[in-house]
Design a protein around this ligand. Structure first.
Ligand SMILES: [Zn+2]
Length: 121
């Protein structure tokens, strides 16, 4: 059965899921407004009614529309600078720290939030 109209609406749905919706993600020094996927949103949701940056992993700069820096007490309509490294260090048996990084305010260089990405080895 081929129904192109049906297929098109499925594609649009998949597209919007892929692009995600804009969410507020809290870090230790402010927050980001970014488009994240449903899967990332689940990771960010620690069950206290807010979304957190740390468990999501690196969010590409093009997905970040704005951020708030607590140190500057100001909102910026751009992405903070993402600084990261890939230590690949063994933190437990069968588990390594694949990447750690932070989002830095482009104005004052203080950290908006940090993240860690673990990988089973
Ligand atoms: Zn700042």
């Amino acid at each position: 059965m081929t129904n192109t109209k049906y297929l098109k609406s499925i594609n649009e749905e998949a597209f919007s899921l892929l692009m995600g919706e804009e969410c507020k993600l809290k870090g230790s020094g402010g927050y980001l407004m970014a488009s994240i996927s449903e899967e990332q949103k689940k990771k960010a949701d620690l069950g206290v009614g807010e979304l957190f940056l740390a468990p999501v992993g690196r969010i590409p700069e093009e997905s970040i529309t704005s951020y708030f820096c607590n140190n500057c007490n100001q909102e910026f309509k751009s992405s903070p600078k993402v600084s990261y490294e890939n230590p690949n260090e063994e933190v437990a048996e069968n588990m390594k720290l694949a990447e750690k990084g932070m989002y830095l305010c482009t104005n004052c260089e203080s950290s908006i939030g940090e993240y860690r990405e673990f990988q089973k080895s």
